[in-house]
Structures are given as structure tokens and as C-alpha cells.
Design a protein around this ligand. Structure first.
Ligand code: ADP
Ligand code: UDP
Length: 238
């Protein structure tokens, strides 16, 4: 597969065309950003770990029958994916209360929710990804009602699968963000990445944060936390 021109450089990844118009090459960067890119850093080795972790989780979800964009990892920092048109709605699922949910609603930190909470945010750097209702997405044509129903159903399945996957690694899946897109045939595919940049992971026994919150909150040893997640994933042997 030949690498073509760079189509897009985002905060965490670069997207390249390939000789197949339906396939993109994703190169994971070492940049870390938080608070809508107001806080930035470079961290050698972060791109590699996110590529390894995201590839492994997408392989797992593909195997479980979740429709995803992931094709294959080609080296330490790069992977091939099916090109999609991204639906501009970020889907956040929460199992435990923390982060913006607590800040916005004044609810207590660390409550285990009796069932998962699914929230929608408009994907817009200019507006700071505001929280939206399903009706906003439908009325402003960011997505259709049918797509949102499917997105919610897939999201809840992904949550169940990943929660179980991480429980076996003594990691609690606190919350995470997903993105969806449509390929050239109109198939709805889980896209983007699943990594410590986009999920909150807590160690089951100590409660230690093993994700980007270490960067957001200046807790130190950010790379060590990402490495710990990768080590536990590889210990699972699949
Ligand atoms: P951001 O745009 O938020 O800075 P990234 O650095 O992660 O984020 O850039 C990757 C971009 O590629 C994102 O906008 C994401 O929505 C988009 N994307 C992810 N997967 C695909 C795909 N399969 N096809 C097309 N675009 C994708
Ligand atoms: N998240 C993300 N990208 C975003 C916003 C949130 O990946 O643009 C993830 C974040 O890592 C966390 C979950 O979604 O796992 C919920 O994040 P929250 O709404 O609490 O916002 P944050 O505190 O991350 O700003």
C-alpha cells in the first residue's frame, strides 16, 4: 500500500491517502492536548502506544462483530482504516461520574451509575464541543434518527464488551468517547481511535488513573500509565 498525500493533520493523528481511494493511512502523533488544545505537550512514544492499544481494541471489537473502520496495523505508529465521512457527533459513554459531567451538573465524583449514560457532543473545535440533544443532531442534519438509534445500540454493545475486557485486566472503564462515520457504501462504522487519550481507565485496586487525566491534572508519569495499559492488554494474550 503506497502512502499518498496528507489529507488532514489533527491534534493526535495525521491522515494520508493511499493508492486505494477507500483506504486511509493513520499516523499516530506524539502530541498531547487537553482543554480544547489550550494545554499542549509532546511525549515521545505516546503515538506508538496509542496506535498499539487502539489497533488491539479495534481488532477485538471487529472479532466480536462490531462494524468498525479498522483494517490492520502496519507498523509501530501507523494503521490502515476504511475511509469514512465522519458524523460530527462525539458519543461519550459514562459508567462512573467524573470530569465535565460533575462540573456541569454538580453531581458527586465517582458514583457508579446504575446504567450507562450516553451523551452527544457536537464535534466543533471552534465551539468547544458543546453538549447537544439527539433532536439537535436530527434537526440540523448532523445525523438521522435511524443512525442515532444504531449509534446508541452499537455504543452500548461496545461499552459492555470493553468493560468486560478491561475488568479482566483489573482496569475500570470509567468513560470514553466514540466517533462514527459512513463509508462510500453508506455503512455505519465505528471510527477514529480508542485509547488512553479518549477513555478514562482506573486501576481496580488502587484507583490510580491510567489515562490522559494524568496530563490534564499534572499527575506525572503520563507515558508510564499508557505503557501500563498496553502491558496489561498484552498480558491477556489476544
Ligand atoms: P482532531 O481532528 O480532533 O484534532 P485527530 O488528530 O485524531 O483529531 O484527527 C483525526 C481526524 O480524522 C479526526 O477529525 C477524526 O474524526 C477523523 N477520522 C477518524 N477516522 C476516520 C476515518 N476512518 N475516515 C476519515 N476520517 C477519520
Ligand atoms: N473525550 C474525548 N475527547 C473529547 C472530549 C472527551 O476523548 O473531545 C473523552 C475523555 O477522555 C473522557 C470522556 O470522553 O474519557 C468524557 O470526557 P468529559 O466529558 O468528562 O470531558 P473532559 O473532562 O475530558 O474535558
Amino acid at each position: 500500500m503506497k502512502t499518498g498525500s496528507m489529507l488532514y493533520e489533527g491534534k493526535a493523528k495525521k491522515m494520508y491517502a493511499t493508492d486505494d481511494p477507500a483506504v486511509l493511512l493513520v499516523d499516530y502523533k506524539n502530541s498531547l492536548t487537553a482543554f480544547n488544545a489550550q494545554k499542549k505537550a509532546e511525549m515521545e512514544g505516546k503515538g506508538r502506544l496509542n496506535n498499539l492499544i487502539s489497533s488491539r481494541l479495534f481488532e477485538y471489537l471487529n472479532k466480536k462483530g462490531i462494524p468498525t473502520h479498522f483494517i490492520e496495523r502496519i507498523d509501530e505508529t501507523r494503521q490502515l482504516v476504511k475511509k469514512v465521512e465522519i458524523i460530527p457527533v462525539e458519543v461519550v459513554t459514562r459508567n462512573i461520574t467524573t470530569g465535565t459531567l460533575c462540573r456541569r451538573l454538580g453531581v458527586e465524583e465517582g458514583m457508579v451509575l446504575p446504567h450507562p449514560l450516553v451523551e452527544y457532543y457536537l464535534k466543533s473545535d471552534e465551539l468547544g464541543d458543546p453538549l447537544i440533544l439527539e433532536d439537535h443532531a436530527i434537526l440540523f442534519n448532523w445525523s438521522t434518527k435511524e443512525e442515532l438509534e444504531k449509534i446508541r445500540e452499537i455504543t452500548l454493545r461496545v461499552n459492555q464488551l470493553l468493560k468486560e475486557y478491561f475488568e479482566k485486566l483489573d482496569v475500570i472503564l470509567v468513560d470514553f468517547k466514540l466517533e462514527f462515520g459512513k463509508d462510500h457504501e453508506g455503512n455505519l462504522l465505528l471510527s477514529d481511535e480508542i485509547s488512553p487519550d479518549t477513555c478514562r481507565f482506573w486501576d481496580r485496586s488502587s484507583g490510580e488513573k491510567l489515562d490522559k487525566d494524568r496530563f490534564r491534572k499534572d499527575l506525572g508519569n503520563v507515558l508510564g500509565a499508557y505503557q501500563e495499559i498496553w502491558s496489561r492488554i498484552t498480558s491477556r494474550g489476544e
